[in-house]
Design a protein around this ligand. Structure first.
Ligand code: FPP
Length: 263
């Protein structure tokens, strides 16, 4: 076990950085239509750890490293918004230790990555039910929001305690309240207005949704917002999701023809 942990630590130290040819690759991709908003279901951390005989939390730790390098790639490509499904409303059912570990990751990420995010002019936000998070997690999220509030570049959102069905119910309840209090009338409820009641009110709909680990489903993620998104799946587990795979996803996106129901 010690040997395995040591090997894993060595691997963990290796940050995925740009390799020769990356600049050229990105320049080519930048000439095509770039998705404004990319949403990702980061799946497979547990399996990644299991395959190595490690505890599941080692997979989440490695997954956080992938969050760091994928954020860099998205920013380098000029993507406007990146939303990462980090904890679903269903994930509370996991063992307590795992939940606690996941709830501690935003604090750790704040400590290790805030400076770089500020340097990159990235604004951090969250989508999901913030009020139900533990206080220390809320403080970390507030720390991110406060520390990056003046930034004007890419918006990096963590979907935390997020579930699309609960988001839709919450939005509907608030709309009913506003209609009942006379703030607006029923006829004023349009798709554009509904958007404004979602956690993602300040974001464009995702153009591209990526899911790792071979699962081909949406899992209660952005059900409203993904209506016309291009979906892209890979068998690779999230900790192994690389720069190269991200380029491939963008390249595939650029070859698709988006018709939004027209011919
Ligand atoms: C799903 O994999 C992954 C999660 C529930 C957690 C994802 C979180 C991160 C990658 C880190 C987020 C970082 C911050 C800063 C919030 P799984 O555990 O369900 O994998 P499995 O299907 O193989 O078990």
């Amino acid at each position: 076990m010690i040997e395995r942990l040591k090997n894993w630590l060595v691997g963990y130290q290796k940050e995925e950085t740009q390799k020769p040819g990356d600049e050229e690759r990105m320049e080519v991709l930048k000439k095509g239509p770039m998705p404004r908003h990319v949403a990702m279901i980061m799946d497979g951390n547990g399996r990644w750890a299991q395959k190595r005989g490690l505890p599941r939390i080692a997979g989440h730790r490695a997954g956080m490293k992938t969050v760091r390098h994928i954020t860099r790639v998205a920013d380098d490509l000029g993507i406007e918004a990146l939303t990462l499904y980090s904890f679903s409303t269903e994930n509370w059912k996991r063992p307590k230790d795992e939940v606690n570990y996941l709830m501690g990751l935003p604090e750790e990420f704040l400590r290790t990555d805030l400076d770089e995010l500020v340097r990159r002019n990235i604004r951090v936000g969250m989508v999901g039910r913030e009020d139900e998070l533990p206080d220390h997690t809320k403080r970390a999220i507030e720390g991110f929001k406060e520390g990056t509030k003046d930034n004007t570049g890419m918006i990096l959102s963590f979907a935390l305690n997020y579930g699309a069905r609960s988001e839709l119910i919450h939005a509907t309840q608030r709309i009913i309240e506003d209609v009942q209090s006379g703030k607006m009338d029923k006829e004023g409820v349009s798709e554009a207005l509904f958007d404004q009641y979602l956690y993602t009110a300040n974001l464009p709909d995702p153009d591209l949704m990526i899911r790792t680990s071979g699962e081909v489903r949406i899992s209660n993620f952005m059900l409203w917002q993904l209506a016309y998104s291009e979906l892209w799946f890979t068998d690779e587990l999230w900790p192994d999701f690389s720069r190269e795979l991200f380029y491939q996803a963008i390249d595939d996106f650029q070859r698709r023809s988006r018709r939004y129901g027209a011919v």
